[in-house]
Design a protein around this ligand. Structure first.
Ligand SMILES: Cc1cc2nc3c(=O)[nH]c(=O)nc-3n(C[C@H](O)[C@H](O)[C@H](O)COP(=O)(O)OP(=O)(O)OC[C@H]3O[C@@H](n4cnc5c(N)ncnc54)[C@H](O)[C@@H]3O)c2cc1C
Length: 339
């Protein structure tokens, strides 16, 4: 049976494993974190579940919508309230028409990868950070940061964000010009950073909208949303705001201590919503996403050339769209090619 190593258990890696279920493939997934689903991330605290990376998956009418339904509708949550807009002056206005279903699960968006993996026979090795790769006469070997060696594998699929994939390619022992061409193309994919602040309150917030998106790139906040609009996420009588700071602010303040980042996010949220009670959350959480959103797709030709040697890539930066459904589509497309 042919073997495949997938690096990364995010949406793309999970979709690739899912797309290969039932195929004659021995699949091993290597994930550096304790959990799965990467930037589509959920945490649990004080009876709340909150999606502090991607807020939801919005697949439109495409194949990913069918796939989400295939995963079972128990616990699937559709967000009914609309997304409104705000500008640099803090003016809030009703937003665009609802552009289609926005989904998460009662226990959070990580259910996507959990449910995909649960339907496969793949071996998922968590807390295993791949450090380097090598091409041998019989295939590919992977070495992790504890110097453990895995393989040989017939094929390898790399799904970390492009800058991290470029680091892996730089640490790949394969004397072939396709490695260098791929590394340089992947390293060139530009990214925006986002600092996310999570603000919990022991009272409800009565608003008509689920989320507010900034539309003129002239505010320190890029996005603000209410997790209470997602069934199962926040106990009755409470509210949990997810505040994503704008990419420019996040880039400049990335190394500022989290407590200071959160204080700014809290005050900006209170100003924007014109509610002084919001200056005093009873607990908070903060996460920096250095490689949050790729702005371009990697060029196709070095990707295709490396594939011929069994070295594959997938992810939102391969799809060219910083969206969960695009990452899923990219993983499914990789699986189709590997079948
Ligand atoms: C703050 C924020 C908000 C967003 N909002 C939305 C939204 O509302 N809707 C939407 O559709 N999209 C949103 N996105 C984008 C969405 O999260 C991504 O497009 C999608 O999750 C990318 O999936 P992926 O599998 O390509 O990559 P990732 O999710 O990054 O998965 C890559 C995996 O590789 C692992 N990894 C990395 N290096 C190694 C290594 N060396 N060894 C082993 N494992 C490794 C990582 O831990 C990770 O699990 C948002 C992103 C962020 C950061």
């Amino acid at each position: 049976m042919d073997s495949l190593a997938i690096v990364g258990a995010g949406a793309a890696g999970a979709a690739a494993a899912y797309g290969l279920r039932g195929a004659d493939r021995d699949v091993t997934v290597f994930e550096k974190s304790r959990g799965v689903c990467g930037r589509a991330a959920t945490r649990r605290r004080g009876g709340c579940h909150y999606d502090y990376g991607a807020n939801y998956v919005k697949p439109g009418d495409g194949p990913v919508a069918d796939l989400v339904r295939e995963l079972g509708e128990d616990g699937l949550v559709e967000i009914d309230e609309p997304v409104w807009t705000f500008d640099g002056a803090g003016e809030i206005a009703p937003g665009r028409e609802n552009e289609g279903a926005k989904w998460t699960w009662e226990t959070g968006l990580t259910q996507l990868a959990k449910r995909l993996f649960a339907r496969t026979d793949a071996t998922v090795r968590k807390e295993t950070r791949v450090d380097s790769l090598a091409r041998t006469p019989d295939g590919w070997t992977l070495t992790d940061t504890d110097a453990r060696r895995f393989g040989e594998f017939d094929d390898v699929l790399l799904t970390p964000p492009a800058p991290q994939t470029a680091e892996l390619l730089a640490a790949t022992d394969w004397a072939d010009e396709r490695r260098e061409a791929l590394q340089s193309a992947v390293a060139g994919v530009p990214y925006r950073s986002i600092v996310t602040a999570v603000l919990h309150y022991p009272f409800e917030l009565d608003r008509e909208w689920y989320g507010l998106v900034n539309v003129d790139d002239d505010h320190d906040v890029g996005w603000l949303s209410r997790e209470a609009c997602k069934d199962g996420h926040v106990p009755d009588g409470e509210e949990l705001l997810v505040v994503q700071m704008a990419p420019d602010w996040s880039q400049e303040q990335y190394d500022t201590p989290a407590s200071e980042q959160t204080a700014v996010a809290t005050n900006r949220a209170a100003d924007l919503l014109d509610d002084d009670r919001l200056r005093d959350p009873d607990w908070t959480d903060t996460q920096g996403w250095r490689y949050a959103l790729p702005d371009e797709a990697v060029p196709a030709s070095p990707v295709e050339a490396a594939r011929e040697a069994g070295l594959h890539v997938a992810g939102d930066w391969v799809a060219g769209q910083a969206r969960v459904h695009a990452a899923v589509e990219s993983g499914l497309a990789a699986a189709d090619r590997l079948r």
